[in-house]
Design a protein around this ligand. Structure first.
Ligand SMILES: C[S@@+](CC[C@H](N)C(=O)[O-])C[C@H]1O[C@@H](n2cnc3c(N)ncnc32)[C@H](O)[C@@H]1O
Length: 288
C-alpha cells in the first residue's frame, strides 16, 4: 500500500496500522488505518532516535518545503522524517538522503520500496562528513540530523542551487553543537542564522466542581470552624460530629471540564538551527 495514494479497500498482504480502542463492554475495537507519515512515526522500528511531529512540522515550514522541492537529508536514521519529506515534496520533488550505517541504510531503503516512495527518494550509504554529498547546484533545502553537522556544512553549501535562495536546518540535542554549527554556517556565508526549540505541551483534561458563591462562602466558613476547633483542642468526638454536620449540609455541585497544563515543560528533543543560503552572484558563478 502506498503512503501517497489512498484506496477504499485493503488487500491481503498490505501494510495497515492497527489502532486498538477499549470499549465499555470490555471487548474493544480495532481500527485498520491507512499508513501515513504521522502514523509511521509512531510505529517505525526505532533503529535510531527519530524526529516527531512537532519538529517535523516546524522544519518543513521553515525550510519552505512544498511539492516539487528538491531536498538533501543526512542521516536518514530510521526514516521517520524522510517519510514526511516525501509526502510534502510529492509528486515531482526529490529527496536525496544519506546514511553511513550500512545495515540502517539497507533497512530504510526496503521501507521506502515497500511504502511506494522509491521514485521520490534516493538513498545512498555514505559518510557525508568525510566524503561530502557528491551533489552540486541541485537542491532547494538541506536538513542535517548528524552528531557533527558543522563538518558537512561546506559540502551542503555546494549542493544548493547556486542561483537561488536556499534553506538549511540542523537538528542538535546539545547547545555546544548549536554553537559550532552557527560558527560554521557563518564562516560559510549563510545568513539569517536562528535557533529555535520546539516543545510539546500536553493538556490534561480534569473535572472540577462548580460552587455557587453561597456554597463557596459556606465551605470557607466550615474550614475556618474546623481550624478553630483544632486550635481549641476539642476532643475527637466533637470533630467527628462537626464533620457529619458538614456532610449533611453538603450537596454535590455540578462538574466543569477544565484543561490543566504542566508548570514545567519537559521533553526537549533538540535545538533547531536554521539559516539561509544566498544566491551566488553572476560574476562569482562565472569565475568558479
Ligand atoms: C538521529 S539519526 C537520524 C534520525 C532521522 N532524522 C529520523 O527521523 O529517523 C542520525 C543518523 O545519522 C547517521 N550518521 C551519523 N554520522 C553520519 C555521517 N557522517 N554520514 C552519514 N550518516 C551519518 C547515523 O548513523 C544515524 O543513523
Amino acid at each position: 500500500m502506498s503512503f501517497l495514494r489512498y484506496k477504499t479497500h485493503i488487500e491481503e498482504g498490505e501494510l495497515v496500522i492497527a489502532y486498538l480502542m477499549p470499549s465499555h463492554n470490555g471487548r474493544g475495537f480495532m481500527y485498520l488505518l491507512h499508513p501515513t507519515p504521522e502514523l509511521w512515526t509512531h510505529v517505525v522500528p526505532h533503529r535510531t532516535q527519530i524526529l516527531y511531529a512537532a519538529d517535523i512540522s516546524y522544519i518543513t515550514t521553515y525550510l519552505d518545503l512544498k511539492p516539487g522541492s528538491v531536498v538533501l537529508e543526512s542521516g536518514t536514521g530510521s526514516g521517520s522524517f524522510s517519510h514526511s519529506l516525501a509526502r510534502t515534496i510529492a509528486p515531482n520533488g526529490h529527496l536525496y538522503t544519506f546514511e553511513f550505517h550500512e545495515e540502517r541504510a539497507k533497512a530504510v531503503k526496503q521501507d521506502f520500496e515497500e511504502h511506494g516512495l522509491s521514485d521520490l527518494i534516493t538513498i545512498e550509504c555514505r559518510d557525508v562528513c568525510k566524503n561530502g554529498f557528491g551533489v552540486t547546484d541541485l537542491v532547494h533545502a538541506v536538513f542535517l540530523d548528524l552528531p557533527a553537522p558543522w563538518e558537512a556544512i561546506p559540502a551542503a553549501k555546494e549542493a544548493f542551487k547556486q542561483k537561488r535562495i536556499g534553506k538549511i536546518s540542523c537538528f542538535s540535542p546539545c547547545i555546544e553543537q548549536v554553537q559550532r554549527t552557527c560558527a560554521s554556517l557563518n564562516e560559510n556565508g549563510f545568513v539569517e542564522i536562528k535557533m529555535y526549540e520546539c516543545l510539546m505541551r500536553e493538556h490534561e483534561i480534569k473535572t472540577i466542581p462548580i460552587y455557587t458563591v453561597t456554597d463557596a462562602v459556606n465551605k470557607i466558613k466550615l474550614q475556618q470552624d474546623k481550624k478553630r476547633k483544632r486550635k481549641e483542642d476539642r476532643d475527637e468526638q466533637d470533630n467527628a460530629n462537626a464533620d457529619s454536620q458538614v456532610s449533611k449540609s453538603k450537596q454535590d455541585p455540578p462538574n466543569l471540564y477544565v484543561s490543566k497544563t504542566p508548570n514545567e515543560v519537559k521533553g526537549h528533543t533538540s535545538y533547531l538551527t536554521f539559516a539561509t543560503f544566498l544566491p551566488v552572484l553572476e560574476e562569482q558563478f562565472l569565475t568558479k
